[in-house]
Design a protein around this ligand. Structure first.
Ligand SMILES: Nc1ncnc2c1ncn2[C@@H]1O[C@H](COP(=O)(O)OP(=O)(O)O)[C@@H](O)[C@H]1O
Ligand SMILES: [Mg+2]
Length: 270
């Protein structure tokens, strides 16, 4: 087993990146019996908060920054439920840039540190998801270098592809500059506004830009329940919950199909 590593990307805040990273990890572990690690690379720790709340975890002893300092990611791996582990973030992680510049003089080493630390953990998982802040930064650079795939979020109600487009051009820069080995797993339309509809012109432009096959057929609808889970944690109590879970299960299935298609065969090492 060697994990497929996936970063959820878009250089804009509040587009649903964290929700997708958390829910994709959750459904793979819960519904599909895959071993999953979610890495929170955002000092704001939104993914950590949502997962902790959902799993009833009240105390986090060690977060990702301590692991970076000790050169051992396994120290901060937290089991949250069956099949699902988390490497939590905390505000201390804001010191990552200072730390990397102090530790390494070459920028290739600075951007490759997560990749180096992640290597020994890959054998323990089927999938690793990385949630990143919406900035071009050491956080996103390290995630891009460590990942095999990027799942790009498309704001399907906006008339521009801004955010997704910037992400793609920066990805190309990382490939040219540092030989990043990363492929687009797909472009996932997300609706964040209530009552919103998919803007088909935007989706069509995304298909032209990213390739017809790369844009997901499924999309993440706006659901109040998904917002409510920020407060209650992820639940399974009524048909609103079931509907929300079902949306992510379908998206994850489509993502696995896409990855399998790229790799021309079985992706789970089975
Ligand atoms: N599909 C959705 N429907 C309704 N609210 C959503 C949806 N996806 C995310 N949200 C809410 O929108 C806000 C931003 O989402 P988040 O995943 O944190 O975005 P990002 O990580 O891109 O900043 C959060 O309050 C979240 O609960
Ligand atoms: Mg986020």
């Amino acid at each position: 087993m060697s994990a497929k590593t996936i970063v959820v990307g878009n250089f804009k805040g509040g587009v649903g990146k964290t929700k997708v990273a958390v829910m994709a990890s959750w459904e793979l572990a819960h519904e599909m019996n895959k071993k999953v690690l979610l890495i929170d690379m955002d000092p704001q720790a939104n993914a950590t908060t949502l997962i902790a709340r959902s799993a009833g975890i009240t105390e986090i002893e060690s977060s990702i920054f301590e692991s970076f300092e000790n050169s051992d990611l396994s120290k901060s791996v937290l089991n949250v439920k069956e099949n699902l582990d988390l490497i939590p973030a905390a505000v201390s992680f804001k010191n990552l840039p200072k730390f990397l510049y102090g530790k390494f003089s070459d920028d290739i080493d600075q951007v490759s540190y997560l990749k180096t630390l992640l290597e020994p953990l890959k054998k323990n998982y089927d999938y690793i998801f990385i949630d990143v802040p919406p900035t071009i930064s050491d956080y996103s650079d390290n995630a891009m270098m460590a990942a095999d795939y990027v799942l790009i979020i498309l704001q399907a109600q906006e008339l521009s592809l801004e955010g997704a487009e910037t992400y793609i051009s920066y990805l190309q820069f990382m490939i040219d500059e540092y030989n990043a080995y990363i492929q687009v797993a797909g472009v996932l339309p997300v609706l964040l506004r209530p009552g919103g509809r998919v803007d088909h012109a935007t989706v069509e432009r995304a298909k032209e830009l990213f390739g017809e096959d790369n844009v997901f057929e499924n999309y993440i609808k706006h659901l109040e329940r998904l917002k409510a889970w920020d407060i209650t944690g992820i639940t399974y109590k009524d048909h609103h919950d079931n509907r929300a879970h079902q949306i992510f299960i379908e998206v994850v299935q489509e993502m696995l199909d896409k990855i399998e298609h790229f790799e021309g065969g079985e992706v789970n090492g089975e």
